[in-house]
Write a protein that binds this ligand. Structure first.
Ligand code: ASP
Length: 587
């Protein structure tokens, strides 16, 4: 037996026990004739004590241990004189009587402690060492517990976990596909699923009624802090449901996770907001509702007073930051620079302070009388000490997006985005289509299988942009944790949808014939959603990037620096696959 106990399990009550532990050397401290070694495993750290006087040979052996050596030690549990309240085993130590080095270790490239000196690149290259660190391991433990509770909840609700294939055809979720060449079918490729969307719909046609799967999905998109090329969804689908049924069941799941994982009891129903309102009041389809600062449109008040920037704008709107009138000129200039950054793209920012006497002092005083500025103040119900920030622009949607960035920045600066506070929201009534200026065509806002609201179907031909969908997103603290829709289950309507999305009937048949055919054999009304497990874990763990809750993540260029993937294939493999590589000139 390698061990009788783990390194996190011994307590004062175990005093006098003889136990064997196995683990890694966290650190050694030599203090005169005593050497202390911290031994670590997944469960914790235990202090080992080696006494020169009692056992000189063993003491010498202990002094030779290097960091991260794998050792086995037997000893007697004893109360510690110098207690450490920060660790669970801090009241005891093990007086060692036997020590075996199971494996020596090179000096690790960075310190394996909670706070490490390793930079991102080096930690990713040696991710297996990084994973020995408590905070990283804790994230993966949290991930495990969440996945476990998800299975628990869905199982109790009658869901069946069904695996769907990874080698499939294109499944459109609006990203590029990752493809895999087929050796047995020269010149042909599988696509990795962007989601199991069509397959889960087929399972509904098969009568499975309630399906879920914790499943890897693959999307070849530009990467950001909340995006990885492969990520995990909690993918769900239900038959004979309307939107309300889906929202209710999955709100229940969210509350269950808050309760079991975070110990937070959410009694009230989640807020609901239409997409149109989310855009109007927050400039985002995933508003962070931990704080207010809703947009107020100011066209009526601010236009027509000779300030050309506003007079020529299609949108003038602002936010009111409570108590921020104390902002100095320098801070306001920094905010202006912030909104002018190319990623945000505003041309400038106007501010107005509410002074102690109630008067308003603005950066455009020369264009506005105090009377108009008082109207501005009234529009926000602003009080002395408040700061109004205004943006304007020629494009309504773009300006709202810029104002969203400013709102989030002010929320952060004023400490209103507390990671331990959670505000959940359903965003509903998304548009069915999204117009692309670049391509001069409509795209499905969610995906092509999403159903239009029955009351808007008559607009499908005349005004597709105005058709609303039975689609919904769950948003927590400004993070879209999940989304889904009630699906089309009628092959004629599905066909029409493909037509509106620019598919020729032949192309639609070629790509999605299997689904439309299936719909001819008795497809039940159905709908569902998918949660992003990575995002959800990051949110619960308070992480800034989903990478930190993934065991072996990719970097921002989509590379696994530890495996050194992707990599070129050797000639032999290419030959087997009937492939030859001709890179395009500028790649
Ligand atoms: N397949 C969708 C997605 O990946 C989710 C859904 O509609 O159920 O976003």
């Amino acid at each position: 037996m390698y061990r009788t106990r783990t390194c996190g399990s011994l307590r004062l009550a175990d005093e006098g026990l003889v136990v064997t532990l196995a683990g890694w050397v966290q650190r050694t401290r030599k203090m005169g004739g005593m050497t202390f070694v911290d031994i670590r495993d997944r469960y914790g750290v235990t202090q080992l004590a080696f006494n020169q006087e009692e056992n000189a040979l063993l003491w010498e052996q202990a002094n030779k241990l290097g960091r991260e050596y794998v050792i086995q030690v037997t000893g007697t549990v004893r109360e510690r004189s110098n207690k450490n309240k920060n660790i669970s085993t801090g009241e005891i130590e093990l007086i060692a009587s036997e020590l075996t080095v199971l494996n020596a270790a090179d000096v690790p490239p960075f310190t394996i402690e909670d706070e490490t000196d390793g930079g991102d690149d080096i930690r990713m290259k040696y991710r297996y060492l990084d994973l020995r660190r408590n905070p990283v391991r804790a994230n993966l433990e949290l991930r495990h517990r969440m996945a476990f509770e998800v299975r628990n909840y869905l199982d109790k609700q009658g869901f069946l976990e069904v695996e769907t294939p990874i080698l499939v055809n294109s499944t459109p979720e609006g990203a590029r596909d990752f493809v895999v060449p087929s050796r047995m079918n020269p010149g042909q490729f599988y696509a990795l699923p962007q989601s199991p969307q069509t397959l889960k719909q087929l399972l509904m046609v098969s009568g499975f009624d309630r399906y879920f799967q914790i499943v890897k999905c693959f999307r070849d998109e530009d990467l950001r802090a909340d995006r990885q090329p492969e990520f995990t969804q909690i993918d769900c689908e239900m038959s004979f449901v309307e939107q309300e049924d889906v929202l209710e069941l999955f709100e229940g799941m969210a509350k269950y996770l808050f309760k079991t994982i975070k110990g937070i009891d959410i009694k009230e129903s989640f807020k609901r907001m239409s997409y149109a309102d989310a855009m109007k009041y927050y400039g985002s389809d995933k508003p962070d509702l931990r704080f207010g600062m809703e947009f107020v449109e100011l066209m009526d008040i601010m236009k027509g007073h000779g300030f050309p920037v506003f007079d020529n704008a299609a949108y003038v709107g602002g936010i009111c930051a409570k108590g921020a009138a104390v902002y100095t000129r320098k801070q306001l200039d920094a905010l202006t620079d912030f909104v002018k950054r190319p990623q945000i793209g505003a041309k400038g920012m106007v501010y107005a302070r509410i002074e102690a006497d109630g008067s308003v002092k603005s950066s455009v005083d020369k264009f506005y009388t105090q009377e108009v500025l008082q109207e501005l103040k009234a529009a926000f119900n602003a009080e002395p000490g408040d700061l109004i920030l205004i943006l304007s622009g020629e494009d309504v949607a773009k300006t709202r997006k810029q104002l969203n960035e400013l709102r989030l920045e002010m929320g952060s600066q004023l400490g209103l985005r507390d990671k331990n506070k959670f505000v959940c929201l359903w965003v509903v009534d998304f548009p069915l289509f999204e117009w692309s200026e670049d391509d001069q065509r409509f795209y499905a806002m969610h995906h092509p299988f999403t159903s239009p609201k029955p009351e808007d179907i008559h607009l499908l031909d005349s005004d597709p942009g105005a058709v609303r969908a039975n689609a919904y997103d769950m948003v927590i603290n400004g993070v879209e944790v999940g989304g889904g829709s009630i699906r089309i289950y009628d092959s004629a309507l599905q066909n029409k949808m493909f037509g509106l999305l620019g598919f020729t009937p032949e192309k639609a048949q070629e790509q999605f014939g299997f689904l439309m055919n299936a719909f001819k054999y008795g497809a039940p009304p159905h709908g569902g959603l998918a949660y992003g497990l990575d995002r959800w874990v990051s949110l619960f763990a308070g992480l800034d990037s989903i990478r930190d809750c993934i065991a072996f993540p990719k970097n921002n260029s989509g590379r696994d620096v530890m495996l050194d993937a992707p990599a070129a294939l050797d000639d032999e493999q290419l030959k087997e696959l009937n492939l030859s590589i001709h890179l395009a000139p500028n790649s």
